[in-house]
Design a protein around this ligand. Structure first.
Ligand code: LMR
Length: 390
């Protein structure tokens, strides 16, 4: 029977990790998968996580099953950070998920069980978004996320919403848009929130990079505006980036609704979906996050480390923007874009030339992880970009 299976292309983004690892050139630069790197090019474990892991090692007395909802102490500890200290706790409940991917999957499946048939999504988007929508069997309707001048295209979203039917899902990136780095401005979110409310759609906000843009509070501006305007929304959250826990797969799925019964049903459905998928989420990373958020000193240490990450990315963006123009590429917008990613308008040939001639690895879309750039390699990167575009 297995011979009937069709070959599948390797996941392009994950394949890039292997290609980069196999390149023997010491000057190679990895701008592929979205992990933070220090100025020395490393992706270290946060000091706050190491400290929490030591506490876990000493105090954790059982690894017995927790249940499909995972570590609810972790899920609840995040609520003030995500939704705000003053948020009405009776409106929100959540469950742990295996990373941001697991959280998006839970959100889309719960919405599908609630009758959603279609998702509206700005493109380009994170490749997994479309894959998850297809796997759950919903129709995908796309609109343009970014205008040609490198800002968010509010008119495209407005047109998509005008055409939406109540019960459609609208998937929005909370901050640090992957792959463009182009976020809606606070003024745009002020317009988006009532537009969502008026259209009767179910907003699904993917918040995978809180703290990597302008700060933990500032990065929730859009999410909180939306939640204040609509009766119901879903949130997919990831700690993979802001706690550096990538491979530990630490995420959470939240439902927000004014209807207490609907909230309980959303969680009950989430639990049965989890049970049939992964049964229970991995515990270790979430337990470490719970310990950090329950300890003032560890929280301060974690926030300090996160601030340093943000500062380094701001420096890289400043240098990229200062290049102004490279061939046909206007570099200036990279300075105001947010988070790990920006997208360069490069052809497939130019991306291959960067890889072959210069050992520079980036996604086929032209998405670059700017954290892969350091004071040691950024000038070489700019020179290579000039080489392939001029
Ligand atoms: C990325 O977009 O680089 C990451 O989120 C990795 C992934 O899971 O696709």
């Amino acid at each position: 029977m297995l011979e009937t299976l069709k070959p599948q292309p390797a996941d392009a983004l994950l394949a890039l990790i292997k290609l980069h690892n196999a390149d023997p050139r010491p000057t190679k630069i990895d701008l592929g998968v979205g992990v933070y790197r220090t100025g020395a090019g490393d992706t270290p474990v946060f000091g706050a996580i190491k400290a929490a892991e030591r506490i876990l090692l000493d105090t954790q007395d059982s690894k017995a099953y927790l249940g499909p909802e995972g570590d609810m102490g972790f899920v609840h500890a995040l609520i003030p950070y995500v939704f705000g200290a003053a948020f009405d706790r009776s409106r929100v409940e959540g469950m742990q998920a295996p990373g941001g991917t697991g959280a998006v999957r839970l959100a889309v499946e719960v919405a599908a069980r609630a009758g959603a048939k279609r998702i509206l999504m700005g493109t380009p988007s994170w490749p997994n978004h479309a894959q998850i929508v297809a796997a759950v069997g919903l129709e995908l309707k796309t609109f343009k996320h970014m205008t040609d001048d490198g800002t968010a295209d509010l008119e495209a979203l407005r047109a998509a919403l005008a055409d939406a039917a109540p019960g459609d899902i609208v998937l929005l990136h909370g901050c640090c848009h992957n792959p463009t780095g182009v976020d809606y401005t606070p003024a745009q979110w002020d317009e988006i929130a009532p537009m969502l409310a008026a259209s009767g759609v179910l907003p699904l906000i993917d918040l995978a990079y809180q703290g990597l843009g302008d700060g933990m509070e500032a990065d929730t501006y859009g999410l909180r505006q939306v939640l204040a305007a609509v009766p119901e929304a879903l949130v997919a959250y990831s700690c993979d980036k802001n706690f550096g826990l990538y491979r530990d797969r630490v995420g959470a799925f939240y439902a927000v609704t004014d209807n207490a019964e609907a909230l309980a049903h959303a969680m009950a459905n989430g639990a049965t979906i989890a049970r049939a998928g992964w049964s229970m989420p991995p515990d270790h990373g979430a337990a470490a996050v719970r310990l950090i958020l329950g300890d003032t000193a560890l929280t301060a240490q974690w926030l300090h480390e996160l601030t340093a990450m943000r500062g380094r990315m701001a420096q890289v963006r400043e240098r990229l923007a200062a290049a102004q123009q490279i061939g046909p590429i206007n570099m200036a917008p990279l300075g105001s874009q947010k988070g790990l990613f920006s997208m360069l308008p490069l052809s497939g040939e130019q991306i291959m030339a960067l890889r072959e001639r210069h050992g520079i690895y980036m996604a086929g879309s032209g998405r670059v992880n700017i954290a892969g750039l350091t004071t040691g390699n950024i000038e070489a990167f700019l020179a290579a970009l000039k080489d392939v575009t001029e």
